[in-house]
Design a protein around this ligand. Structure first.
Ligand SMILES: [Zn+2]
Length: 402
């Protein structure tokens, strides 16, 4: 343990620059659909991560479909991915991942970070910009140490995690195949607990079309898409009570127009969560059946878009071993670490499904994610960077074997 101290002590001295860097990154609006903001965030990351050496590349996301307000499929323009590799020839290779996007759109009122009582309240402060600061600092400590030569690493920072990483999924799957260990920098809970098993998730959009007609003169000739959608939504929501571990959340509706017109378009966007692959198959079958019921209706058409973007993440034996290795580092640093199952999901789900054992909440301690009360606990920046750095150095020196 003592031999790692100089590099861990160096992290301790970085507390204030780390906090400053986090505030600066939080101030850059990088909502998933805000491409200029994502480009600004990308340059800030390029500059900061360039100190690590290695081969840096900016990669395009794969094209992704999106259902627009008129119910039509459009190509969604995503931001770019930062990709960095060092010592790819090493026999032990570690993947480190995080995302630069946030859930806060360009015009969201939550823009300016505020520092108060050891917290940074700001967009993306915990999810996941704090984690990016932690990842960078841990890698800097590793690279300052003589152990670095014993390990190769690959970093991916994607711009589309908050919508399920549709444009970076292929790259992440490739990373899962060429690395042996995955470290992701999603936030831990405020008390430091890490996420264990995670639910799977899917996002869907249903477009129901009816027939427009004059609400007075031709009322009976019309087919009301809003009413059909209301019935569809009720039937969908009723599936919530049928199977433990499955939840369905209708999240957004749109449609209709002038009130003297029978509406011919209504759109529902919904999110589903499942605990197991069998749950997913069960739900897929229910959704197909529901679609058919509505397609049989006179004058109504239905299209369902979307998919299960994130498979459930059960804890495999390889994953348990990795958790134990992380917990051992925490123990040596006087930071007890435990983990618990969560309904949330992240890129760790997809990496696990592609065969890469990973711990996905190595970022800052924080809370109130996805709300304007989001915060990161600033003392966790150095604390969590030390845990990652120690793990990397122990893996690199061969003291920890997985
Ligand atoms: Zn996140």
């Amino acid at each position: 343990m003592n031999r790692y101290h100089p590099y861990l002590d160096w992290i301790e001295q970085q507390q204030s620059p780390m906090a400053q860097r986090l505030a600066a990154w939080s101030r850059i609006n990088s909502g998933t659909t805000h491409r200029e903001g994502l480009a600004r965030m990308l340059s800030a990351l390029q500059e900061a991560f360039s100190v690590l050496g290695g081969t840096m590349e900016v990669l395009e996301c794969d094209p992704v479909d999106h259902v627009d307000e008129a119910g039509n499929l459009q190509a969604l323009q995503l931001g770019k991915v930062l990709h960095l590799v060092k010592r790819p020839e090493a026999s032990l290779k570690v993947f480190l991942g995080g995302h630069m996007d946030t859930v806060f759109g360009k015009d969201h009122p939550f823009q300016e970070p505020r520092r108060q009582n050891g917290r940074l309240n700001g967009p993306g402060a915990a999810d996941l910009k704090g984690g990016l600061v932690v990842m960078l600092t841990a890698l800097q400590a590793l690279e300052r140490s003589p152990y670095a030569a014993g390990i190769g690493w690959e970093v991916v920072i994607n711009p589309d995690e908050e919508i399920g990483s549709p444009g970076s999924a292929r790259l992440l799957a490739a990373c899962a195949r060429r690395n042996q260990v995955g470290l992701l920098y999603e936030p831990a809970l405020a008390d430091g607990t890490l996420a264990g098993a995670r639910k799977g998730s899917g996002n869907f959009t249903v477009v129901l079309r009816g027939r427009a007609a004059h609400a007075g003169r031709d009322f009976h000739a019309g087919r009301n898409a809003i009413v059909a959608l209301a019935e569809y939504t009720q039937a969908l929501f009723a599936l919530n009570h049928l199977r433990e571990g499955v939840t369905i959340n209708p999240g957004q509706v749109a449609g209709g127009g002038a009130v003297n017109m029978v509406p011919d378009l209504a759109i529902l966007r919904f999110n589903v969560r499942v605990s197991t692959v069998t749950d997913q198959q069960w739900l897929e079958e229910k959704l197909d059946r529901l679609d058919h019921l509505f397609l049989e209706r006179d004058g109504i058409t239905l299209q369902r878009h979307g998919r299960f973007a994130r498979p459930p993440k059960p804890i495999s034996p390889a994953n348990e071993k990795l958790f134990a290795a992380v917990a051992a580092c925490g123990h040596m640093l006087g930071v007890p670490l435990t983990w618990q199952a969560t309904g949330g999901c992240c890129d760790g789900n997809n990496l696990a499904a592609a065969g890469l054992p990973n711990v996905d909440t190595l970022g800052v301690r924080g809370g109130n994610l996805h709300s304007d009360r989001e915060y990161a606990l600033l003392d966790s920046l150095a604390e969590r960077a030390k845990i990652s750095a120690l793990l990397l150095m122990r893996l690199a020196s061969g003291e920890e074997r997985l």
